[in-house]
Design a protein. Structure first.
Ligand code: SAM
Length: 284
């Protein structure tokens, strides 16, 4: 733990990019996009609260694996929810360093966490596993091997899995192929080609590995920074091998064509609003 706020600020400034707003004893991580604060709050409401609900209110006694953990925001959330231990596996060294710094600064007991640089496909989980809960958040649409990822998860996970992911709005059971640049710190670490399954496709894939699945209905109380969830382009899937999920309501599936149209209309309106704002700024 750093006793000197100036030294801590300098360490934080040494990182190129901070995605999450952490409060490290009064020193804030320097995020650039402030809508992320609401986004993380809303994502907690959306999938962390239901996870805690089905676990009886907290994660005491549980070992958690956080795949593609970035700077450890969700690892911290599960530690705060009482889990015994969390392992975060992340492909970018800078993000692993950020997570370690955050946990040390907050004084989290070192026996309760571990962050390692690794590719989620080849990491050796056996020393730390198996895991009662696996978090696969914001990762599935940055990879091109969804079946292999689920095979890996199924092998090391004894019960609960949460997948939060962007989806294709195509019809039926399909996977879209897209490209993304590898130099964005939130993107894929290996291949530019990434796969976006439809909601139905992902549900079937997860069921194939023996899980019961609930696609959660977004429970947002502030939509800032949440367009993808509002448009139906992103959903969280709570999945279980053993825990009873009957207390979780599944989101009604919008017809894909309707969701595609509303998503496009919202995008056009947003673009128009931004352009008008810019013009007003220039003229005014
Ligand atoms: C969009 S971020 C999501 C971060 C966090 N899980 C969340 O939901 O807020 C995706 C993260 O996964 C990491 N990542 C992508 N592909 C990976 C892989 N094959 N193995 C390990 N990490 C990977 C990226 O470096 C990035 O930090």
């Amino acid at each position: 733990m750093s006793n000197d706020p100036r030294q801590l600020k300098a360490s934080l400034a040494g990182f190129e990019y901070w995605h999450y707003a952490f409060d490290l004893g009064g020193v804030q991580t320097p995020i650039t996009n402030h809508t992320h604060i609401n986004r993380m709050r809303q994502r907690r409401r959306y999938f962390l609260d239901p996870l805690l609900q089905i676990c009886g209110g907290d994660l005491r006694g549980k070992r958690v694996l956080d795949l593609g953990c970035n700077a450890g925001y969700w690892s911290l959330a599960v530690v705060e929810a009482g889990c015994d231990f969390v392992l975060g596996v992340e492909g970018r060294q800078a993000a692993v360093d950020q997570a370690r710094l955050v946990f040390r600064e907050l004084g989290v007991d070192g026996a309760r966490w571990q962050f390692e640089r690794g590719d989620v496909f080849s990491y050796d989980y056996d020393a730390a596993g198996p895991f009662d809960v696996v978090l696969c958040l914001g990762l599935l649409y940055h990879i091109s091997k969804p079946v292999e990822l689920l095979e890996t998860i199924e092998r090391i996970n004894t019960d609960l899995l949460v997948v939060d992911t962007e989806l294709s709005l195509a019809r039926g059971e399909r996977i879209d192929i897209r490209r993304e640049p590898l130099d964005n710190p939130r993107n894929a670490i290996d291949h530019e080609i990434v796969f976006f399954p439809t909601r139905r496709c992902l549900t079937s894939l997860i069921r194939q590995f023996g899980y019961e699945v609930r696609v959660l209905r977004p429970a947002l109380n502030d939509k800032e920074g949440m367009d993808d969830y509002v448009d139906g382009r992103r959903r969280a899937f709570v999945c279980a091998k053993a825990t009873d999920l009957s207390g979780l309501a599944s989101d009604a599936e919008e017809p894909p064509a309707f969701a595609r149209v509303t998503s496009r209309v919202r995008r056009v309106v947003r673009r128009g609003t931004r352009q008008l704002g810019r013009r007003a700024g220039v003229i005014g």
